[in-house]
Design a protein around this ligand. Structure first.
Ligand code: ADP
Ligand code: MG
Length: 460
């Protein structure tokens, strides 16, 4: 890692745009310049503004003849960086993870908590879990929590998904059960309490229910988290037929379920791991199959090298690289398309970093201190969150003195924040969530190249 040169200073300069980017539209023009009528007509005739490739109905648009139109349409479904995977055929790897979660739910009757950074694949995993449970005739209720989610809203809706015929007090032939009534019809009008809902669940027979609360960390209400903890306790005490699965962004379990320590033995907690290189290759292979594209082996290697086990980055790069190849009239994705995709990703990530932080990074580059940033970014990514001096040393092969220098410098710059964690020693995290990825991918832009010649992955 010695001599690592992270040349991202230029990223902050306006002129640093690829030729492709330069041809593409930016935001609305600030000033409308008067234009000669003839030149205006000429432009209009040429139809020079970019247009959509396909209609809202998914048909090819017709005004831009594109022999790759159907491949483009398939490519959009093959790599979905902004959506979780819902289709089994597109879900890469993770068999062991899924098996472990199913065992915990089915054999140990535990409630499950899945945690990990954004983009690591929690929601996709939940989709696969839901499908497997539905195949086994579980009733699955999936909810994505929001900032203002309330216990009453979520569990009243869950009750409405459970038919009354599974309540032991109502035979399937009773008129209520036959009319399609649900457990929600038994709830009193006031807010549902954990106790009341737990009571109702204890009467279930002949079915099992999974209630999935995704994005659990987004809910700001302490009362909501306390009530969920209370419900898990209540359900566990009664060996109920209802199990909860919580998922959210957290560096460790305690952060996600701060009110739940008393019920730790009732939950199975799993940090969703990074993908192995072979699993990233499977994402590429799945997309190739779906879209009818071919990735040159050196291009696949490059995706693996830059993704660093992130399914999100792998999808993002494959998506952009595939479109770049089609734009060039090729159905084979080459390493240069992946390099262009990395450039595009750098721009996307940069836009998500706050201006003050961008300014502090720019200043570090101007002072020639880019390597310090790269060392810390790599440590944060390999630790999946907060890291200490030991991880910084191990991830980069540097000595203790250098590691201390890096930590000190970035703390002074307020780019790294020191956490209060006496047990594990001093730990640090970047001031913004997307920062390590941005710094890493910017470094990769300059340093991870597999072209020309045989695959060469720098610094791995
Ligand atoms: N096992 C997988 N195979 C293929 N793509 C995946 C897999 N897991 C996640 N992805 C992709 O990674 C991105 C992030 O996944 P998502 O499930 O939304 O993560 P999270 O919920 O942790 O933020 C999405 O683009 C999704 O399509
Ligand atoms: Mg998610």
């Amino acid at each position: 890692m010695a001599g690592l040169d992270l040349k991202i200073g230029s990223l902050f300069k306006k002129k640093d745009r690829t030729a492709r980017e330069a041809r593409e539209p930016r935001g609305p023009a600030a000033v409308v310049q008067p234009m000669h009528r003839d030149s205006a007509r000429k432009l209009k005739d040429k139809g020079s503004l970019p247009r959509f490739h396909s209609m809202a109905s998914d048909q090819a648009s017709g005004w831009a003849p594109d022999r790759f139109a159907s491949m483009r349409a398939k490519l959009r479904l093959a790599f979905t960086p902004s959506q979780p995977v819902a289709d089994r055929r597109m879900f890469a790897g993770r068999e062991d993870v899924l098996k472990t979660v199913i065992r915990a739910i089915e054999d140990q009757r535990l409630h499950a908590v899945l945690y990990g950074e954004r983009g690591i694949g929690k929601t996709s995993l939940l989709h696969m879990l839901s499908q497997a449970a539905q195949e086994a005739r579980y009733i699955v209720v999936y909810t994505s929590c929001g900032a203002n989610t309330t216990f009453d809203e979520i569990f009243r809706a869950a009750a409405a998904d459970i038919p009354l015929l599974f309540h032991s007090g109502f035979a399937p032939t009773t008129s209520e059960a036959e009319k399609g009534a649900t457990l929600a019809d038994l709830l009193p009008p006031g807010p549902v309490s954990p106790h009341k809902f737990g009571d109702l669940c204890s009467k279930l027979t002949g079915t099992r229910v999974l209630i999935i609360l995704d994005e659990f960390d987004r809910c700001e209400s302490g009362a909501f988290r306390r009530d969920v903890a209370e419900l898990i306790k209540n359900l566990s005490d009664r060996l109920g037929r209802v199990q909860l699965v919580l998922a959210g962004v957290a560096a460790d379990l305690t952060e996600l379920v701060e009110h739940i320590p008393s019920i730790r033995r009732n939950i199975f907690a799993l940090r969703v791991p990074k993908l192995a290189d072979a699993e990233v290759l499977q994402i590429v292979a799945n997309g190739e199959r779906e879209a009818g594209l071919t990735f040159d082996p050196a291009a696949s290697t490059q995706v693996v090298a830059v993704a660093l086990g992130s399914p999100y980055i792998a999808n993002l790069l494959c998506h952009h690289a595939g479109h770049f190849a089609l734009d060039q009239g090729r159905s084979t994705v080459l390493p240069r398309d992946v390099s262009d995709a990395v450039d595009r990703a750098v721009m996307e990530f940069q836009g998500r970093i706050g201006k003050p932080v961008q300014a502090r990074i720019r200043q570090m580059f101007e002072r020639g201190e880019s390597e310090v940033l790269a060392l810390a970014a790599r440590a944060a990514l390999s630790a999946d969150g907060p890291f200490g001096a030991a991880e910084l040393q191990a991830a980069n092969g540097i000595d203790a003195k250098r590691a201390q220098h890096v930590l000190q410098e970035l703390t002074n710059e307020r780019l790294l924040l020191q956490q209060d964690d006496s047990e594990a020693g001093l730990r640090y995290e970047f001031a913004e969530e997307g920062l390590p990825t941005f710094l890493w991918i910017s470094w990769a832009k300059e340093n991870v190249r597999t072209e020309p010649g045989p695959a060469r992955v720098a610094n791995r």
